[in-house]
Design a protein around this ligand. Structure first.
Ligand code: GUN
Length: 280
């Protein structure tokens, strides 16, 4: 292996410690409410991890778990109650939602000032316009990792693999704001390996286990793997074939222990930012 492995767990621990110290110094506890609907097992793990990390950093955190058959109106009423609650600074509705619920309508119902996921159209628009706002946690975490690893951003050719509203699109916006030359590639992109090989920074966020092979990577590239895929044998792997890629890349994030811990740390940062802005 030649690549330096980026320790997302350590960077996230540092950020969480800084946030905990800032929370401790406040005369109030920033409030986070995570709403989970139904029994998606992966969501159960994510929600528990978010709740635990928030509580450990001194936030007033609680999970609201609603049954799988919850109606859209009932979920909207829950969101309205959290919008109106002065003790609540951050609201996160865990995705995916059951099929009877339109996720876009629910996200649009969240007070943009409490939208710690950064998914509300107002916050997405602010990001696109280069205005301050709440930024989606995973892409924000990726930017921290790139900066921590000392990767030069200005002028760099960055390729974002994936065009989701949760990761791909906001990731591209953040890289562009950092003066990268950004390409967004996706399932319909022609000659994906060739596009990837041009990238000095490659962010993979497609949810396909080990799709990005070692010979897709430019020598010395920074490779950030957002994928978390559970294989049939129980192993957790990213979107990048790690061993192959690590033989070529300059630096690379592992799965687990790369981007995942940063997502949670950035959620806490967004909640603290939302609290300070709301209560100013
Ligand atoms: N599901 C997978 N990732 C996320 C995320 O970042 N936020 C929410 N709300 N749901 C998710």
């Amino acid at each position: 292996m030649s690549a330096r492995v980026i320790d997302g767990k350590a960077v996230a621990e540092g950020l969480r410690a800084t946030l905990a110290a800032r929370v401790q110094a406040l005369p109030f506890r920033p409030g986070l409410r995570v709403v989970r609907v139904g029994e998606d097992p992966a969501s159960g793990v994510y929600v528990r991890n978010k709740d635990r990390a928030a509580a450990a950093a001194g936030f007033d955190s609680a999970t609201i778990h609603l049954p799988a058959e919850t109606s859209q109106d009932a979920l909207l009423a829950q969101v309205a109650a959290l919008n109106a609650d002065p003790a609540v600074d951050g609201i996160l509705v865990q995705l995916p939602l059951p099929p009877q619920i339109d996720a876009q309508s629910v996200i649009a119902a969240i007070d943009p000032a409490k939208d710690v996921d950064g998914f509300h159209p107002i916050n997405a628009g602010r990001l696109a316009n280069g205005q301050p706002g709440l930024v989606p946690c995973t892409p924000k975490g990726v930017m921290y990792l790139l900066r921590d690893a000392g990767v030069t951003l200005a002028g760099a050719r960055a390729l974002v693999l994936g065009r989701s509203t949760i990761v791909g699109k906001p990731m591209a916006q953040l890289l562009l704001a950092a003066d990268c030359t950004v390409t967004i590639a996706h399932s319909r992109t022609r000659d994906l390996p060739a596009e990837c090989r041009r990238a000095e920074i490659l962010v993979a966020a497609v949810g396909r286990p080990e799709m990005v092979r070692g010979d897709w990577i430019a020598p010395g590239a920074a490779v950030i793997d957002v994928g978390i895929n559970r294989l049939a044998d129980g192993r957790l792997v990213g979107d990048v074939a790690f061993a192959e890629a690590a033989a070529v890349a300059g630096c690379i994030t592992p799965v687990p222990g790369g981007v995942g811990p940063m997502t949670i740390a950035c959620l806490l940062e967004n909640t603290l930012d939302a609290a300070l802005a709301r209560r100013a």
